[in-house]
Ligand binder design. Structure first.
Ligand SMILES: Cc1ncc(COP(=O)(O)O)c(C=O)c1O
Length: 362
């Protein structure tokens, strides 16, 4: 259609994981579990639910645009409010980064098969999008450093990475950073930070405080608030000031903001979530191989399983979904031969393994 530029005409939209209700209807199932979108199976903290309840009657008023949450996060992470941005999910901040920092001739550099949400946002701007291959399913930071050109403006790094679950180490990042010119913005996507941080080799990008690094995190994963859409970022105050010029003024919503503030305060819930996740990850790593599935060791709340072919991945996806277990097909990320499986509650994990056992024996 002549109304849109060619890069929009050929853009495929981001495809989210299938919902439980949709799958129940499509396959006539009573019980369906979703292990497809790296959500928190426990749900949000009870304190967050209480905060939402007590603010429901105030939804006739416009929200503050995240001011109270910025203050809470600044205190939590010992930075100035001017260094913090909050928005409708870390996707919202990524979208603003793309609008704020890129000119037509700039290019974006990242790994092949990066997080699908970022791929779509980046390609929607019509600038060059260049990638380098993974090395053993990990970001190849040496190759990325070598691939930086005069035109490179944003380098996108997700750590832990989605969909592989792998991390790059502090040592690898330090080496990489030495090769990055100051005019290049490093977008550190730490959506799975709370899961990865316990590895002593994990580089918490907040400790660096470099002027050309922005760290993005989210309330969608460990905090269980994916449905409310709230994420946050830290960077040099000049960078945050520019982002605020293009940010929609009333994001995140008021309910998302009060829920996020309450969620930060509930350390017990966080601990509980991380414990459940550690158990789920152990089970996935130990039990999947007996079904011929070999997950890549992961530092997040999901594992990626490469299969022998796209057909094999599709067949496994179909077999599971038709029996009520939704996992993630990674075609949209550019890895049609791989599946991704998130951790679930103990009951959900049991259903995954029962279903795999039925599938193997039919
Ligand atoms: C690496 C990564 N970044 C960002 C996001 C988006 O998170 P949000 O819900 O905060 O927009 C996700 C969600 O799956 C993700 O995996």
């Amino acid at each position: 259609m002549a109304l849109v530029p060619p890069y929009i005409a050929r853009l495929a939209p981001y495809e989210p994981g299938r919902s439980i209700e949709e799958v129940k209807r499509a396959y006539g199932l009573k019980r369906v579990v979703k292990l497809a979108s790296n959500e928190n199976p426990l749900g949000p903290s009870p304190r967050a639910i209480e905060a939402i309840r007590s603010h429901l009657t105030g939804v006739n008023r416009y929200p503050s645009g995240g001011h109270d949450l910025r203050e809470r996060l600044a205190r939590e992470f010992d930075v100035k409010v001017a260094n913090v941005i909050v928005d409708a999910g870390s996707d919202g901040i990524m979208s603003n980064l793309i609008r704020t920092f890129l000119c037509d001739e700039d290019e974006i550099l990242t790994t092949e098969a990066a997080f699908g949400g970022f791929q779509v946002l980046a390609r929607s701007r019509g600038v060059a999008y260049r990638t380098v291959p993974y090395c053993d399913w990990r970001y190849d930071l040496k190759a990325l450093a070598n691939a930086i050109t005069e035109r490179t403006k944003i380098v996108y790094l997700a750590n832990p990475n989605n969909p592989t679950g792998t991390i790059f180490t502090r040592h690898e990042f330090d080496e990489f950073y030495r090769h990055v010119p100051e005019r290049v913005l490093i977008l550190m996507d730490e959506a799975y930070f709370e899961y990865g941080r316990h590895n002593p080799r994990y580089p918490d990008s907040m400790h660096y405080r470099y002027d050309n690094v922005i760290t993005l995190r989210t309330f969608s994963k460990v905090y269980g608030l994916a449905g409310l859409r709230v994420g946050y970022g830290f960077a040099h105050e000049d960078l945050i000031t520019h982002l605020h010029k293009v940010k929609l003024p009333f994001e995140p919503s008021g309910l998302a903001e009060v829920a996020a503030i309450a969620a930060v305060d509930d350390r017990e819930w966080l601990h509980h979530t991380l414990e459940l996740n550690a158990r789920g990850m152990r089970e996935l790593m130990e039990r999947l191989p007996s079904f011929g599935l070999h997950p890549i060791p992961s530092e997040a709340n999901f594992v990626m399983v490469p299969m022998e072919s796209p057909q094999a991945a599709k067949a496994m996806f179909q077999a599971l979904i038709s029996r009520g277990v939704i996992v993630r097909n990674l075609s949209g990320f550019g890895l049609p031969q791989c599946l991704r499986i998130s951790t679930g509650s103990d009951e959900e994990m049991a259903m995954l393994f029962e279903t795999l056992a039925q599938q193997v024996h039919t």
